[in-house]
Design a protein around this ligand. Structure first.
Ligand SMILES: NC(=O)c1ccc[n+]([C@@H]2O[C@H](COP(=O)([O-])OP(=O)(O)OC[C@H]3O[C@@H](n4cnc5c(N)ncnc54)[C@H](OP(=O)(O)O)[C@@H]3O)[C@@H](O)[C@H]2O)c1
Length: 319
């Protein structure tokens, strides 16, 4: 609960009409896109997705997806035939430095294609970076944005661009502002296990932050599914957990899990030094709207339960 926000009554049970399996098109089938795709496929959805290499295309096809190689800096929108047929569109390609969102330069063509097609739902995966530095204050979706870095500025421009694009289309549209994403295969546990002990300057800056919003990929999936159950245009949700803890604490916890079982994988102690903090884009991102309006009950409200579940899954695999 964010200090300063009045306590709200528990949400009414949300009507959750089952979403009939549709046709999802994922632009950028990366970590989140793949997680979502695998689950929709298992529920009978038709899923199409893009990636940037032939090797990845083969991997996605093995899952049962209809995959295409699409490099937004080079490929042509007209080659993306799934756009004409998809009922759901998940945009997961980040803005490109110096270019911005690669799809929005074809605004008119894209709008026409979507208007002529079957699209009912669109979701743009954004980032909490759009809030910039808020001096550690709690921020909700109504907080003024202050994107400072180049990538945050491009991200905010992309949000605006997608919202403009859907303005004249009759469909549900959502912007999900994600915290740092982790999950099986991408977490502090995996970083330690891979022995990545030297940090880039960007990582060092992140390491020194007092508050970092993060979210387990399973909870992003929950948010996406919940958004499909409501009709809503231009809605923005923060998708973060309840615990904006320092990254150093997350690594210390991951290290403690690993040390107990695999002492050889212990991390360089200098890595978890939390005394020398630089304040950078500090804020605590509130997830109240996600819980109240979408009725999402987080599976992993803290990095502790999230990392513990990833660690437990290692043990299951290793047995
Ligand atoms: N990682 C985080 O902590 C974090 C936090 C907040 C928001 N986000 C954003 O949330 C979204 C989903 O995150 P994620 O971790 O799932 O991202 P990801 O794993 O990096 O996936 C990004 C996808 O975009 C594709 N892509 C990249 N550049 C492209 C280009 N020029 N043309 C076409 N496709 C391109 C990639 O293709 P390939 O599959 O071929 O590589 C990949 O499928 C992304 O927009 C990400 O920036 C991430």
């Amino acid at each position: 609960m964010a200090p300063g926000l009045a306590p709200k009554p528990p949400p009414p049970p949300m009507a959750r009409p089952p979403t009939n399996p549709g046709h999802m098109l994922v632009l950028g089938t990366g970590f989140v896109g793949r997680y979502v795709s695998e689950r929709l496929l298992s529920q009978g959805w038709r899923v199409s997705g893009t990636c940037t290499s032939a090797a990845k295309k083969m991997e996605l096809e093995k899952l049962g997806m209809s995959a295409s190689v699409f490099d937004a800096t080079r490929s042509n929108l007209a080659d993306l035939h799934a756009l004409e047929d998809a009922t759901h569109l998940l945009i997961s390609i980040p803005p490109i430095p110096g270019v911005g969102d690669p799809f929005l330069s074809s605004h008119a063509d894209l709008q026409r294609t979507l208007a002529d097609g079957n699209l009912q739902w669109l979701c743009y995966l954004s980032s909490t970076s759009v809030y910039g530095d808020c001096g550690g204050a709690w921020v909700d979706e109504d907080h003024v944005v202050n994107p400072e870095s180049e990538s945050a500025k491009l991200r905010y421009a992309a949000e605006e661009g997608w919202l403009d694009l859907v303005d004249e289309l009759d469909l549900s549209a959502f912007i999900l502002r994600l915290g740092g994403i982790y999950g099986p295969g991408r977490s502090a546990l995996d970083t330690i296990a891979k022995g990545n002990k030297s940090l880039s300057s960007r990582q060092k800056l992140r390491e020194s932050k007092q508050f970092t919003a993060r979210i387990h990929v399973a909870d992003i999936y929950q948010a996406i599914r919940a958004s499909m159950s409501i009709k809503s245009a231009r809605k923005i949700y923060n998708v973060v957990d309840d615990d904006p803890a320092p990254r150093a604490d997350v690594f210390a916890f991951a290290q403690s899990l690993i040390e107990r079982r695999y002492p050889d994988l212990a991390m360089d102690p200098a890595r978890s030094n939390i005394h020398d903090r630089i304040i950078a884009a500090e804020k605590r991102v509130s997830n109240e709207r996600l819980k109240q309006e979408l009725g999402v009950r987080l599976l992993y409200p803290s990095y502790r339960s999230g990392l513990q579940s990833i660690f437990d899954s290692w043990l299951t695999v290793k047995k």
